[in-house]
Structure formats: structure tokens, C-alpha cells
Design a protein around this ligand. Structure first.
Ligand code: KG4
Ligand code: ZN
Length: 386
């Protein structure tokens, strides 16, 4: 089965062709055109600007997707498109394009929830644990059934969502915890803005934090006499771990962002200091990682998952991937799964992969109805995961 995936929910115009054979999903092509540079000027995504860019890019991205996969439209069996949640002006470009193609090419069409896509990014990869270097960036073939067993506890960490989801079987979602305010990615983006690091904030903060990767390095820094005025303050940066001890599996990141803001206001002159910025990034990132790991382990103690999974843009964070892996290895009989970093951030292979599992679960009459979806598929900025 050959599936065309389309994703335009935020600031990435993405299309992908995913081939299924005997239950194995192989990514033939995954093209992502990012608008990050364009939105950086505004410090975040501007919906109407995103829409205009999607409109400009969607056809070239589709052309490249078919070219790279060496496939022609008649060969596809199914079209899948993100129909929510997301920015309506952005989503509409993807859904209108998908509906038009489904009509013209006479193909069945499925609308996919963006977060369901992130979860199923874990099923297109040769899944391994911990280090990025172990993951090839694209064209991976794997047996989705090989390593992932239910129940799965999935931590979704993206720009718009932070949720702990329990899956007892495919396509079955119970949200056991979520953020009460900002999403983890949103916090990365806002703190990056405070520190003058631009948009998107996650990769920028991770890069600065990596300059102070170990406590050993920090000791070396504090002994550096030429930096003594700064290092004295650097070693004092201590941000809170919000809700780490709360008696539930919810999160809150807005207070952490405010704490980072107050910290910088104490010494605005330090914002010019590269080492101070690195130290702030390191402490902020570590706070997010500590909370995410602690809450997930707490939920694992209650739900006893066989697999703990990461998904969403923040799961591209190397420190999170690595420290999470170490933490999960302390749990008996629980495996750790995470997507390749190229499938952590928004892409369309994940949408096609989720569509495969949806399709497999549908009755013949439901599959027939999907041929009518070019007419009836709706776009919903607040689409619920069900
Ligand atoms: O899933 P995603 O690509 O889009 C949404 O669905 O929101 O996630 C985007 C978020 C942004 O907030 C971005 O700053 C964050 O993921 N992100 C990261 C990293 N790469 C992307 N956060 C931390 N570390 C990273 N390496
Ligand atoms: Zn996303």
C-alpha cells in the first residue's frame, strides 16, 4: 500500500510517500519546507504569513515528494492529511490541496490528528534508543510490530502540546496528564526570546546548553579566573522544577518561563555574556527534562507500560532523549522508543504512518466512505484526539 501524507498545521509545508509492505512502513520520501526563518523576524508563527507560504510551497513540495520516491500519482492508494489541531489558515492549505487531489485522482482520503501523527512517527523508524547518531535521517524501514508492545505510555512534547497518553492498543488514547498552561516547546520558544536567541527556541537553547554539557565543565568554568565575575553568578542560577512533586501527572511551564525572566532581570547586563546565556539555557533545559522524566516515571509506576515513547518536536532534544533513556532503563520490563529526530519535528511521514493504522482498522464500508471524503472532510483547529 502506498500512502501520500500532507502536513501544513503550523510553519512546515510537508509531504511524504510511505510504502507499507507486510505491515512494515518504509519512507520513500519525506520533504519538509520550513518557514522558520520567515517567522523568526516576528518571534513566532504568524498564521496568515504561514498560509501564504504553504500556498506557495505545497505544489513544489508535492512534486519533489513524488520525484524523490520515483512514484506517480496513479500508484498511490490513499491520501492522508492533517486536519487539526493547528492554525486554521495553515491547515486549510493542506486540507484543500488533499481534497482536490483526492477528487482529481479518485483516491480515498483520511484526515489525521496532528498528535496522532507524532505518536505514529515512532512506527516508521528503525527504532533504537538514546543517541541520535544511531538514527539514519530518512528512508528507514522497520517492522512496526517488532519492538513496541502495549500498553504504551507516550510523552508528547511539542510546541502546542505536552501530554502523557496511555495507549492500551492502537488508536486508543487516554490522556493521563497534560500541561495546565504552556507546552514544553512553547516554554523553550519563550525563554529563547527572553534570552534573545530567536525562533524556534528549542534548537537554539539546546545548542547553547550543550556548551555546558557536564558538571565537570561547569567546575572548570567557575575556576576560570578571567570569567570570575560571571561564573560567580552563573553557578547561582537555579530555576524551579514546577509541579515536580504534585500528586498528579500534569505539567506547568509558564512559571518556569517567568522565573527565567526574573532571573535575567536581576542582571540585565549578563544578557550580553555568552557563558551566562549558556548557563541559563542549561539550567532551563535541565528543569524541563527533570520535570518531564519525573512525571513520566510517576505515571509509569501507576500504569505499568511495556513501552515508554517520546513524540513531538521537543523529543528532538538530545539531552531529553539521552536522560530519558537512562531513566527508563531503571524500570524493569519497559522498553524505550523514540522517533528519529527528523520525524520528531513536524513532517508528513508521520501523517501517512498514522493513516496506515487508521486504514487497517476500518471496515470495508468505512473504506468506501473514505472515497467521499474529498467532499466532506472538515478542518478543525481544536480537533480532539479520539
Ligand atoms: O512538533 P513540532 O515540530 O511542532 C508542533 O506541533 O508544535 O514542535 C515544535 C517545537 C518548538 O517549540 C521547538 O522549539 C521545539 O519543538 N523543538 C525543540 C527542539 N527542536 C524543536 N525543543 C527542544 N530541543 C530541540 N532540539
Ligand atoms: Zn507537531
Amino acid at each position: 500500500m502506498l500512502i501520500l501524507g500532507i502536513e501544513t498545521s503550523c510553519d512546515e509545508t510537508a509531504a511524504s510517500l510511505v510504502q507499507e509492505k507486510d505491515g512494515n512502513l518504509s519512507v520513500l520520501s519525506s520533504i519538509v519546507s520550513s518557514q522558520a526563518k520567515l517567522h523568526a523576524k516576528w518571534g513566532g508563527v504568524v498564521p496568515n504569513l504561514a498560509s501564504r507560504e504553504h500556498l506557495k510551497n505545497i505544489i513544489p513540495v508535492l512534486q519533489k515528494t513524488f520525484q524523490e520516491a520515483k512514484k506517480k500519482p496513479p500508484e498511490i492508494d490513499l491520501i492522508a492529511v492533517t486536519n487539526g489541531p493547528g492554525l486554521i489558515p495553515a491547515l486549510l492549505i493542506g486540507t484543500s490541496t488533499a481534497k482536490t487531489l483526492a477528487y482529481v485522482w479518485k483516491k480515498p482520503l483520511l484526515g489525521i490528528h496532528h498528535i496522532e501523527g507524532h505518536i505514529y512517527a515512532n512506527f516508521v523508524n528503525e527504532i533504537s534508543s538514546i543517541s541520535k547518531s544511531k538514527f539514519p535521517m530518512s528512508k528507514q524501514i522497520s517492522n512496526p510490530k517488532s519492538q513496541i508492545s502495549f500498553p504504551i505510555l507516550c510523552l508528547i512534547v511539542s510546541g502546542g502540546h505536552t501530554q502523557l497518553i496511555l495507549m492500551k492498543k492502537h488508536l486508543d488514547y487516554e490522556i493521563v496528564g497534560q500541561t495546565l498552561d504552556d507546552a514544553a516547546g512553547e516554554a523553550f520558544d519563550k525563554v529563547a526570546r527572553i534570552l534573545g536567541l530567536g525562533y524556534p527556541g528549542g534548537p537554539a537553547i539546546a545548542a547553547k546548553a550543550a556548551m555546558i554539557a557536564t558538571s565537570d565543565k561547569r567546575q572548570v568554568t567557575s575556576k576560570n579566573k578571567s570569567m570570575s565575575h560571571v561564573s560567580c553568578h552563573m553557578s547561582q542560577i537555579k530555576l524551579p522544577r514546577p509541579m515536580i512533586n504534585s500528586n498528579n501527572f500534569n505539567f506547568s511551564f509558564s512559571g518556569l518561563k517567568t522565573a527565567a525572566l526574573y532571573e535575567t532581570k536581576k542582571h540585565p547586563e549578563f544578557l550580553k555574556d555568552k557563558e551566562y546565556i549558556s548557563e541559563m539555557c542549561h539550567e532551563f533545559q535541565q528543569s524541563v527534562v527533570d520535570v518531564l522524566i519525573s512525571k513520566t516515571l510517576k505515571a509509569a509506576k501507576k500504569y505499568h507500560p511495556k513501552t515508554i515513547m517520546l513524540a513531538g518536536g521537543v523529543s528532538a532534544n538530545e539531552e531529553l532523549r539521552e536522560q530519558f533513556g537512562k531513566a527508563v532503563s531503571s524500570l524493569p520490563a519497559t522498553s524505550y522508543q523514540l522517533p528519529a529526530t527528523s520525524y520528531s519535528i513536524d513532517n508528513a511521514a508521520m501523517i501517512a504512518a498514522a493513516a496506515y493504522f487508521r486504514w487497517k482498522n476500518m471496515s470495508n464500508s468505512q473504506k468506501k466512505e473514505a472515497s467521499n471524503n474529498w467532499k466532506v472532510l472538515e478542518t478543525d483547529s481544536n480537533l480532539k484526539l479520539k
